[in-house]
Design a binder for this molecule. Sequence first.
Ligand code: PEP
Length: 258
Amino acid sequence: MMAKRRPLIAGNWKMFKTGPEAAELAKGLKAAVSDMGGVDVLVAPAFTAITVVADILKGSAIDVGGQDLFWETEGAYTGQVSAPMLKAAGCSHVIVGHSERRQYFGETNETVNRKIKAALKGDLVPVLCVGESESEREAQETFSVVKEHLDKGLEGIDGDGLAKLIIAYEPVWAIGTGKTATTEQAQEVHGFIRDWMEKVGGNSIANTLRILYGGSVKPGNIAGLMAMEDIDGALVGGASLDADSFAGIVGGSLGAAG
Ligand code: PEP
């Protein structure tokens, strides 16, 4: 069997943690996670905490990302943050198209596409989130929704861009609900995403593409997920807000991958 891709565990801190609280968490993570080789680790604090977290994590094995960005580089766009701003604040990655942004802030596949392009142009690795809602799953629309997220979100991205990208499959019904997709449900969609990438980007890009699972990932369920062929890591919300539980997920991902 082909060697699996290097795992990536990413923490999305959402709208939690002030600067001082984020600094505490970053210090805890640095101590708990920095000596684990063999896995990439990323945290995405709120915009107001990026600089302080990036300073603390400088020189560690933990990367920092934004939770969103705007597609213009600068201008009269009150409240927005651009790729160059994230980069200068210490980010290497940025989450794009999280379901909470799609649900509450009018994010569409078209705006996602502009943001992916802006991230790549700004030398940030985009983590594109895709996934169906509960009613879409019940209506057997999972694959068509995910396909549309990919077709439209990645329209016009060339091979170099596709090769840099990370994709997170996050079934909306499993986010913050305590309901995790079964490992088989997750694998089925991850396999579908890799097949999509093979058709659009070719075999080599599809084989190296890292596809993360997101939705109520915890230390106790990461190993089962990571054992699946096309699951290369996790995008973690709630359980990333505590250094011990996040470190447990990082460690659990290694156990299964090693
Ligand atoms: C997320 O928001 O990306 C997420 C997966 O959240 P949680 O782990 O809390 O379900």
